[in-house]
Write a protein that binds this ligand. Structure first.
Ligand SMILES: [Zn+2]
Ligand SMILES: [Zn+2]
Ligand SMILES: [Zn+2]
Length: 145
């Protein structure tokens, strides 16, 4: 005869998706509408144009810029150097880069400004070329030269 197992009162754990209701936003790859999606989703289907826009992996820092051609708000992954607008195909430079950094001239100590990423700066006063060793160990780019 089958021995009945003790009926432990184990209520089914309510399924709790790991989203705390948190939401994030992205721009539809089809119609450029701003879409809101729950954090954790991997893709979002646009209600307007039905385009499926894949969600960048968590931790990806998104940045925004306004297209120089059509003034549409574009989103891009921070660190990208250019963003092509899907509306007017204008390639917008997204250089972090419009940043400037400062260095003192190695010769006359004049404070020089240079574009972030530059390797050397020529002093406008004494024409001395100061090399910018911007933490070469960490920001070393693999240039295929
Ligand atoms: Zn859309
Ligand atoms: Zn555009
Ligand atoms: Zn100088």
């Amino acid at each position: 005869m089958p021995v009945p197992l003790a009926p432990y009162p184990t209520p089914p754990a309510p399924y709790t998706p790991p989203t705390n209701g948190a939401q994030s936003q992205l721009v539809c790859s089809g119609c450029r509408n701003l879409l809101v999606y729950p954090v954790g989703a991997t893709s979002v289907c646009c209600a307007v144009c039905n385009a499926v826009t894949s969600v960048p992996p968590p931790g990806t820092e998104m940045a925004q810029l306004v297209c120089g051609g059509c003034h549409t708000l574009l989103m891009y992954i921070r660190g990208a150097t250019s963003v092509q607008c899907s509306c007017c195909h204008t390639v917008n430079l997204a250089l972090e880069a419009n940043q400037v950094a400062h260095v003192n001239c190695g010769n006359c100590r004049m404070l020089l400004m240079y574009q972030y990423g530059a390797r050397s700066v020529k002093c406008a006063v004494c024409n001395f070329v100061t090399s910018v060793g911007t933490s070469a160990s960490t920001t070393e780019q693999k240039f295929s030269t």
